[in-house]
Design a protein around this ligand. Structure first.
Ligand SMILES: Cc1cc2nc3c(=O)[nH]c(=O)nc-3n(C[C@H](O)[C@H](O)[C@H](O)COP(=O)(O)OP(=O)(O)OC[C@H]3O[C@@H](n4cnc5c(N)ncnc54)[C@H](O)[C@@H]3O)c2cc1C
Length: 399
């Protein structure tokens, strides 16, 4: 698998987000000569609410306590539907808030320290398969490798070039604003500093959120809808936050920006073919109901690296099996299948019942769809609690 020429690599990773940096980190620590190309310079802005599951730290082999940037552990979440707000609490950490520009830069730097060559500001313009080698062109330079891992997000050039995108795929459109406000000010605006607050859209086609993470306020909304409809939904949510005082009109926040990404459905993207493998958003792996994409990006980055390291040029054949064994690629959740088959009015009724039931809300929505689950990978204090048995939870309802 080793090569000598300067522009020749064992693998080239296109995109240095969580999927690409994790794949590169794993390949580099296994001794491979790996090149990462990213169009941006890090730290770069990435639209994201920034909540990650405990499983993410486990997959990264990184203890939250060793992460040197903004980290907001949370053990409660509120879910608002119409005028009612419901809160679910765990007795231990169920998830974490991070700031994406910091998180992504940290992971990319870790890949570099493990031995990966990282070229920032290098937009991939073109790729081709020649004599079983991929030729990748970026900024006038040409690099070659037997395999390319496409981790360039929703618009990944590798997925586009090799026609991997399914025409019927489900795409979430989202708008988001993240602002450094200061923790003291934020504590004055909400009694739930550090808690993700979710606002279910009444037609159950999406949800909004506010998330106060350390000094940062993150406000956003995502839905399976059109861009114009999303603007109207976003305006309604901001009006609601203005009205209840959580977002005073005098508080200047960053302008909302939009982004789209594919979620897992029964019409998946083609995730591998001769010379290439796709990971993260490039492969359309974000979870169906929540849109959680960081965990699947990291998991798939690791699996892509494993396939390349263990199967060499046969990696594109091995990777889909590895992915199916760990992620739900090409298979919808039971909730997703039900939602596709039933008339929307029934889906709405069923969803209201789920939200209204403390046990179903916790198990199916928060722990199931969002992956907010206590894990032994959390802080030491949590490990001690976990070793005494399953985490407990309680529910309160505020009118
Ligand atoms: C508003 C919003 C909120 C979200 N909130 C959450 C959340 O709270 N939790 C969660 O788990 N998920 C969330 N997601 C989803 C999550 O952000 C993505 O699933 C995740 O970023 C996927 O990681 P990735 O590495 O596949 O791609 P990305 O993070 O998109 O990284 C792709 C990289 O590829 C680079 N690139 C693109 N094109 C090229 C090119 N031609 N040449 C070179 N480089 C290129 C880009 O510069 C980028 O750095 C959210 C998404 C949105 C839109």
């Amino acid at each position: 698998m080793l090569s000598t020429a300067a522009s020749t690599w064992d693998a080239i990773v296109v995109g240095g987000g969580p999927a690409g940096s994790t794949a590169a980190w794993d390949l580099a620590r296994r001794g491979a000569r790996v090149l990462v190309l990213d169009a941006a310079r890090f730290p770069r802005v990435k639209l994201c609410a920034g909540w990650v599951t405990p499983a993410v730290w486990q997959a990264l082999e990184l203890a939250p306590a060793d992460y040197p940037h903004t980290l907001q552990p949370f053990s409660r979440v509120t879910l608002a539907l119409d005028a009612e707000v419901r809160e679910t609490c765990w007795d231990t950490t169920a998830g974490y808030g991070i700031v994406r520009s910091e998180f992504d830069a940290h992971l990319l730097e870790r890949a570099r320290r493990a031995g990966a060559t990282v070229r920032e500001g290098a937009r991939v313009d073109d790729l081709d398969l020649h004599d079983r080698r991929m030729v990748v062109r970026s900024g006038g330079l040409e690099d070659t490798a037997p395999l390319v891992i496409g981790a360039g997000g929703h618009h990944c050039p590798v997925a586009r070039r090799f026609g991997a995108i399914a025409t019927e795929e489900a795409v979430v459109v989202a708008r988001e604003s993240e602002t450094h406000v200061g923790a003291a000010v934020l504590r004055g605006l909400t009694p739930r500093h550090g808690t993700p607050e979710l606002f279910v859209e009444p037609d159950f086609r999406g949800y909004g959120w506010t998330f106060t993470k350390g000094d940062f306020l993150n406000v956003g909304i995502g839905a399976l809808t059109s861009g114009r409809d999303l603007h109207a939904r976003c305006d309604r949510m901001v009006e609601r936050l203005h009205a209840d005082g959580r977002l005073p009109a005098s508080l200047e926040i960053q302008p909302f920006k939009g982004h789209a990404y594919a979620i897992q459905t029964s019409h998946p993207r083609r995730i591998a073919g001769p010379g290439f493998l796709l990971a993260g958003d490039a492969a359309g792996l974000a979870r169906g109901i929540s849109g959680e994409g960081i965990g699947p990006a990291i998991e798939s980055g690791l699996l892509a690296a494993r396939a390349v390291a263990e199967h060499g040029s046969d990696a594109p054949g091995a990777y889909p099996h590895l992915l199916r064994s760990r992620l739900r690629h090409g298979r919808q959740s039971a909730l997703g299948r039900l939602a596709d088959r039933l008339p929307h009015a029934w889906v709405e009724h069923a969803a209201r019942c789920v939200v209204g039931s403390a046990a179903l809300r916790r198990r199916w929505i928060l722990e199931g769809a969002f992956g907010m689950r206590p894990s032994h990978a959390t802080a030491v204090r949590d490990q001690a609690q976990m070793s005494t048995g399953a985490a407990t939870w309680r529910e309160t309802t505020h009118e």
